[in-house]
Design a protein around this ligand. Structure first.
Ligand code: NAD
Ligand code: 6OD
Length: 478
């Protein structure tokens, strides 16, 4: 798949380019065009023009039909999307087939359905009676699109996470400019092909490729023609985008990093807790923002849990690579740092050697650590690799204090058979999502997002429609 910009309904790849590297074996997959400021300007101008055209007054029914056409288009090219996501990320075909591509289709379908749950242009909240002494008045509320929405997405779930924002943005009648991660441009280009074939008006969806700082990402998020920014990525990048957007007071929705805790109580089903932690720490080699990197285990079952988790981590096979050589080096540096900080390495701790083409790729071993103080950098900072640190606790209050002692607050997992404990503890964990006896079950209508440094706002179902549109009060004197 050749990466191209898509601007105002036209595919183009003018200007300089940079190589796209396969993380599975280090081979070169192709070239990616680097959007200049001019390309970004053209994309924003095209989006503004689209909003002045028929898209600006489309009915909810027509927008729902457009979203369904995009979902159908992805379905029709399912295997091409799988191929592109596997090549760019190095993940397994099974993951792309069961998670990435079905979820992208689900994102478009679910917002098409949701539009039917809402009256045209959404709420009409009437407030009769109150007039502030000015005679009788009727207040009602309509919602309108924000305008041009910039979407900046990361490399870890490229198609899933970009469509998670594109679908509700279009559902609300906005026009979109997407800048996907420079590491994973291919499914975004394929999506532009699908949207083009689906017949959405020119400029409703635009795609620009390139890097973030001092490049396409920064040009876009600081652009005066952008009316809102929806960003998923690192917390430090979120802070940089906020600074850049501040001059134009552009509203933001941020889904950022995490250092997610799991609490394993002694009354838990230990088989389920070990299985669940293998999934939550090592799925996609830990490169999911929801992955567990801190595990706190009640002391009576601590030793058994550590032995079993270590055995399972050592036996993992077929785990995918880190996204890039740079990210592999970062994760390995944290493994080294953890050792320097006094960690016991229960499993992994290095880079594997396969004796085949994978040795040209960017793999690291699934790793289980113990013995670090809570102040250790490897316990406090997001590593974003297949690694967790396991520490013991003695009381429920101590477990909560440990879980909450973090600058992040994205997701947590509780393992207990005690229903009262689950209800008591869940609301006290300072994360936006708390899973009990499971991990990463996703109902797309639920609020998704983090607290503290893990994000601003919530997306999902009605929560996304609330961000991507704004309420307008109409007051009529009767
Ligand atoms: P990143 O922040 O490095 O990059 C994300 C995107 O931002 C990329 O498209 C990049 O080009 C762009 N970017 C970088 N600097 C920019 C700037 N100054 N201005 C504008 N754009 C800029 O993140 P990543 O490495 O791609 O992804 C991994 C991170 O994302 C992890 O921290 C992970 O936890 C987080 N993440 C969070 C969620 C969530 O839902 N909370 C989901 C996935 C990933
Ligand atoms: O499932 C989702 O909707 C979602 N936003 C997942 C984020 C995963 C982070 O890597």
């Amino acid at each position: 798949m050749k990466a191209e910009h898509y601007v105002g309904g036209v595919f183009r790849s003018d200007g300089t380019s940079f190589p796209l590297i396969a993380p599975a074996d280090g081979s070169e997959l192709g070239a990616v065009p680097e959007a200049t400021r001019e390309v970004v300007d053209d994309a924003v101008t095209a989006a503004q023009a689209a909003l002045r055209g028929p898209w600006g007054t489309t009915s909810a029914e027509d927008r729902a039909a457009a979203l369904r056409a995009v979902a159908d288009g992805i379905q029709a090219r399912f295997e091409e999307f799988v191929d592109a996501e596997v090549a760019d990320t190095g993940r397994s075909r099974e993951f792309a087939r069961t998670v990435d591509v079905p979820r992208a289709i689900g994102n478009f379908r679910s917002y098409a359905e949701l539009l039917y749950g809402r009256p045209e242009r959404a709420y009409t909240t009437q407030i009769p009676g109150w007039s502030g002494g000015a005679g009788e008045a009727l207040n009602y509320t309509v919602r309108r699109p924000l305008g041009v929405v910039a979407i900046i997405s990361p490399w870890n779930l490229p198609l899933l996470l970009s469509t998670w924002k594109i679908a509700p943005a279009l559902a609300c009648g906005n026009a979109v400019v997407l800048k996907p991660s420079e590491e994973t441009p291919s499914t975004a280009t394929l999506l532009a092909r699908v949207i083009d074939d689906a017949g959405l008006p020119d400029g409703v969806f635009n795609l620009v490729h390139g890097h973030g700082p001092d490049a396409a990402g920064e040009f876009l998020t600081g652009h005066p023609g952008v009316d809102a920014i929806a960003f998923t990525g690192e917390s430090a990048t979120g802070a940089a985008i906020m600074r850049n957007a501040a001059d134009h007071v552009t509203p933001v929705s941020f889904e950022l990093g995490g250092k997610n805790p799991a609490l394993v109580f002694a009354d838990a089903d230990l088989d389920a807790a070990v299985d669940g932690t293998v999934r939550s720490s090592f799925t996609h080699s830990g490169q999911i923002c929801l992955c567990t990197e801190r595990v706190y285990v009640e002391r009576p079952v601590f030793d058994e849990f550590v032995v079993r988790l270590g055995e399972r981590a050592s036996a993992l096979d077929g785990y995918g690579p880190m996204i890039s050589a740079g990210h592999r080096d970062k994760v390995l540096a944290y493994y080294g740092l953890a050792r320097d900080e006094g960690a016991t390495v229960v499993a992994g701790g290095g880079a594997p050697s396969f004796g085949d083409e994978r040795d040209g790729g960017f793999h690291v071993e699934p790793t289980v650590l113990t013995g670090l103080p809570e102040t250790a950098r490897a316990v406090r900072e997001e590593i974003f690799g297949p690694v967790c640190h396991v520490a013991p606790f003695d009381t429920e209050d101590e477990a909560l204090a440990l879980a909450n002692d973090s600058p992040y607050g994205l997701a947590s997992t509780l393992w207990t058979r005690d229903l009262s404990r689950a209800h008591r503890v869940a609301p006290r964990v300072e994360t936006g999502i708390v899973w009990v006896n499971c991990w990463n079950i996703r109902d797309l209508r639920t609020p998704f997002g983090g607290v503290k440094a893990s994000g601003i706002g919530r997306e999902g179902g009605e929560y996304s429609l609330d961000f991507f549109s704004e309420p307008v009060n109409v007051c009529i004197q009767i």
